[in-house]
Design a protein around this ligand. Structure first.
Ligand SMILES: Cc1cc2nc3c(=O)[nH]c(=O)nc-3n(C[C@H](O)[C@H](O)[C@H](O)COP(=O)(O)OP(=O)(O)OC[C@H]3O[C@@H](n4cnc5c(N)ncnc54)[C@H](O)[C@@H]3O)c2cc1C
Length: 315
């Protein structure tokens, strides 16, 4: 790649891919580099689009971005085609001894009481009343990452560019940026039928299970303040798998297809930062919300990049 281009993107993880796709659609000339694209947190994530559930722990700004991204995702998933997703809400359950956690979650979230078995018949008889967060969604993160690579894979390379965008996630050397280790198990459990993300409230092992195509599930996730990206520990695997089994005994016969680790990039305020230094834009700190807020950040970045280029991007 030798001709001068508009934007060089460093990092082909979730944000790099989304941005590359959107910039190309806007008519800009783009290239990307990434020495280890398979190491992105974007490959590991459960990819829940859950602003109401996350609002219990995160700021109103994250809730606003996550809510604004939901309709954008519906349009973008239509454009991308073929990526499993759902927008039938999140179900929150707890074991009887943890009912106090449910009361607390209900008070702190926009959730509605529901009968668990009405929403997920596979859990009827095991859980009575639960909480439902309407409108929330999820998508198949690996299918999305692959589809975006199909659309932008030819743009790999380095060229003279007017703007450099840093999307290097947890590897970026930015003041205040830390990594938060997250571990997940990917299971094949054809005996279990869950149709939407289910969150299990638990004092020590809170857990979520998110559907993937053909009887597959992502079970996650640990949240450890560490930059260690070595393989999943025995303790974490035991916690994830026993919590899944306590949700539905059918997980006993599931096959463990992989145990994965990813590093979530986070600033001290746990909010994303888009910052310019001359012709260099950094987009980072997506923490545990990259999928949930990604479209809003990508749209903002495209607007700012176009403004920065002025009239020069009309090719
Ligand atoms: C276990 C887990 C569960 C998650 N679940 C959810 C969820 O349910 N919902 C949600 O919204 N979010 C979730 N996330 C968060 C989401 O995955 C991240 O917010 C998102 O992936 C961050 O995107 P990113 O592009 O900044 O970083 P990444 O996706 O990590 O990509 C960074 C890329 O930069 C590359 N890179 C590094 N150094 C360089 C360099 N010098 N030059 C070029 N490239 C470089 C890396 O190889 C990598 O490919 C989860 C994350 C984890 C780990």
């Amino acid at each position: 790649m030798s001709a001068r281009i508009d934007v060089q993107i460093q990092g082909f993880g979730l944000m790099g891919r989304l941005l590359c796709w959107r910039l190309k659609k806007a008519g800009l000339r783009v290239a990307w580099t990434d020495p280890r694209p398979a190491s992105a947190a974007g490959w590991v994530a459960a990819a829940m689009l859950a602003p109401k559930a996350e609002a219990v722990l995160s700021s109103p700004a994250i809730y606003e971005m996550g809510s604004a991204a939901l309709p954008l995702w519906q349009v973008w998933l239509g454009e991308l085609g073929g990526i499993q997703h759902g927008f039938t809400g999140t179900l929150v359950v707890s074991h009887p001894q943890d009912q106090a956690l449910m009361g607390d979650f209900h008070q702190r979230s926009q959730s509605e009481p529901c009968q668990v078995g009405d929403l997920e018949p596979a859990l009827a008889g095991r859980f009575g009343q639960g909480l439902w967060l309407s409108g929330e969604g999820y998508l198949d993160n690996q299918a999305l990452m692959s589809r975006l690579a199909e659309l932008t894979g030819d743009d790999e390379g380095q060229a003279q560019a007017d703007i450099l965008v840093d999307c290097t996630g947890a590897a970026a050397e930015l003041p205040g940026l830390r990594a938060v280790r997250g571990e997940v198990a990917r299971l094949h459990a054809p005996e279990v039928t869950l149709t939407r993300p289910v969150r299990l409230l638990h004092p020590r092992y809170p857990l979520y299970i998110v559907p993937r195509p053909n009887g597959r599930y992502v079970v996650g996730a640990t949240e450890i303040e560490s930059r260690d990206d070595s393989p999943v520990s025995v303790q974490s695997a035991l916690e994830l798998l026993s919590a899944a089994h306590s949700l539905h005994p059918g997980f006993a016969e599931a096959r463990i297809e992989s145990l994965q680790v990813g590093l979530r990039p986070a600033f001290t305020d746990n909010e994303p930062h888009l910052t310019w230094q001359g012709n260099r834009l950094s987009i980072n700190g997506l923490y545990r919300h990259g999928f949930m807020i990604g479209p809003v950040l990508a749209e903002r970045a495209v607007r700012e990049i176009k403004a920065h280029l002025g009239g020069r991007h009309a090719h």
